[in-house]
Design a binder for this molecule. Structure first.
Ligand code: SAH
Ligand code: SF4
Ligand code: F3S
Length: 515
């Protein structure tokens, strides 16, 4: 499945929620306006992680947004989407109102993704387009934030080609949004504030969550894995974990507020807790605590095959609200390619891990991410990826053609694989992905599945849509009052990426089994 198909498969219209900002924030703001440096972003020091819990909006910013609107467009992963929720929370705390109409917004923010070139090109296209709106409304403030802002080449290009941009700020500067906005209102110059090195965790940020059924909860930030193709360790900084009590408290509050599903977020959640110096506490320990909370479903993404330890498998095997679906990116089935990717595991290790997981969690669904056309990938190496896919029997995959990212080691590798060969490999891989996805869905015909009803289908207002514990999309006809509830649905037909079913009944006892 590629990114477009992934987005197309998310066919659920979520009901809008009341956007309630939480508290007041901001204190430790210094006025430093800085440009990014990938070189600095690469450094990993031994500095202690600082936890800031006293975030509030300083008096000088109070009411800054009254009578003004904001619009945020999000381009990246779930973490990026969650950052958008935080920024929306800050905007609302400042008195701004959200709008869905971009040309009418007083502030437009593009929350960008740097993972592949096409993600970046979309943003540059949009920036060109925004000039039209800015000409009509010169008061409009345009901002670029997210992972692209962390790259100096991007900031230079914006300075040169898109002078109508008013502010650029990085992933570590989100909590400084009030300061950046104020500066942008006052300054004639483009305001650029991108910290390249960050080792802090900021708690108590406001959030305006998108929906009231499923919620994202960060458990850690950053990545220290430095896979040779990947920009994330540069754009998101060093690995740092939130304290368990903060996470548990947030999940408890979400459960009390009626949320039904939590997605725990981190670029490499298996590294959770590695940075704690005072306690020995890892992802398995956290999951073991969270499963006792009265909320029907808890998931996490993304886990790295290297640190997936036995304790975590043991805890996940307890089931209850811990769902039997694990997204486990493998990237390649060839040991040589895995080695130059610096994934630090072998095909054999990965298959051994899969066997352990399957033995401990019967019926578990595994999904993955794969990159094809890595520099110098041979036909045989690519075929090893196909054979690994079949051996594991993944139910779905996000598949990508390798995209060189400036500043990463892989971008310097000479690449002898022609573009059309890369495309053809992606095509062949996608055929296998589709074969397995179809089969997994077809096997469900006639079965009864538990669906968390999230909204109406994007294609048909009279059809409800939701996901199973294993994250399969199910469409069925039933009254809209069921939105937000867990229901039982009988699967009548499987299509390539979704299921069609008949409503049976509401799941009565949602209490989790956390024995
Ligand atoms: N932290 C996650 C991945 C985050 S990025 C993990 O390690 O599992 C999501 C996916 O994008 C990756 O799994 C990888 O398949 C893909 N990706 C990352 N960098 C890429 C690049 N330079 N070119 C193509 N795909 C890339
Ligand atoms: Fe990127 Fe690798 Fe970190 Fe994932 S684990 S974010 S692929 S460097
Ligand atoms: Fe993209 Fe940054 Fe996420 S590069 S995938 S938005 S961490």
């Amino acid at each position: 499945m590629n990114e477009e198909q992934r987005l197309a498969s998310q066919q659920v219209n979520q009901p809008k929620t009341k956007n309630e900002p939480e508290k007041d924030y901001s204190k430790y703001f210094e006025k430093v306006f800085t440009a990014p440096s990938l070189k600095d972003a690469k450094k990993r020091g031994k500095e202690e992680i600082k936890y800031h819990k006293d975030f509030d909006i300083a008096e000088e910013f109070a009411g800054m947004g009254v009578g003004r609107t904001f619009y945020i467009r999000t381009y990246g992963c779930q973490m990026n989407e969650h950052d958008t929720e935080v920024m929306a929370g800050i905007f609302m705390q400042l008195g701004y109102t959200a709008t869905d109409i971009i040309e009418e917004a007083d502030i437009v923010l593009l929350n960008t993704c740097a993972i592949r070139e096409n993600a970046e090109n979309k943003v540059f296209g949009e920036l060109g387009f925004l000039l039209k709106y800015k000409r009509k409304n010169p008061e409009m403030l345009i901002g670029v934030c997210g992972c692209m802002s962390q790259e100096e080449s991007v900031v230079n290009k914006i300075l040169k080609t898109y002078p109508h941009v008013d502010m650029v700020f990085g992933t570590h500067n989100i909590h400084r949004l009030p300061n950046i906005l104020k500066e942008a209102y006052m300054s004639k110059e483009m305001v650029i504030e991108v910290w390249s090195k960050e080792g802090d965790v900021i708690e108590n940020l406001p959030k305006s969550r998108n929906g009231s059924i499923k919620a994202w909860v960060n458990i850690m930030y950053g990545c220290d894995k430095f896979c040779t193709y990947c920009i994330v360790p540069y754009t998101r900084g060093k690995e740092r974990s939130r304290r368990p009590e903060e996470i548990i408290q947030e999940v408890r509050e979400l459960a009390a507020a009626g949320y039904k599903e939590i997605m725990l977020l981190g670029q490499n959640v298996n590294a959770y807790g590695k940075d704690f110096e005072d306690i020995n506490y890892r992802l398995g320990d956290l999951m073991d605590e969270l499963r006792k909370i009265d909320i029907p479903r808890i998931r996490f993404t993304t886990s790295h095959p290297r640190d997936f330890d036995d304790q975590l498998i043991e805890v996940l095997a307890k089931g209850g609200n811990l769902v039997e679906h694990i997204h486990l990116p493998v990237q390649s089935g060839s040991n040589e390619v895995l080695k130059i990717m610096a994934r630090k595991y072998t095909r054999e290790h990965f298959l051994g891990l899969v066997d352990k997981i399957k033995a401990a969690i019967p019926g578990v669904t595994l999904t993955t991410d794969i990159i094809v056309g890595y520099p110098n990938e041979t036909e045989e190496q690519f075929e090893e990826t196909l054979s690994l896919y079949r051996e594991v029997g993944f139910e779905m995959a996000f598949t990508y053609i390798y995209s060189p990212r400036e500043g990463t080691p892989a971008a310097k590798m000479v690449d002898n694989v022609p573009e059309d060969v890369k495309k053809e490999r992606l095509h062949r891989l996608n055929a296998v992905v589709q074969e397995y996805s179809r089969k997994a869905l077809a096997d469900l015909e006639g079965e009864i599945v538990e669906v968390l009803v999230e909204g109406t289908s994007k294609r048909r207002e009279d059809v409800l849509a939701g996901y199973t514990r294993k994250n399969r999309l199910v469409n069925f006809s039933a009254p809209k009052e069921l939105i937000g509830q867990l229901v039982k649905v009988k699967v009548v037909e499987a299509t390539s990426y979704s299921l069609r079913g008949e409503f049976i009944e509401v799941v009565k006892n949602e209490k989790v089994d956390a024995k």
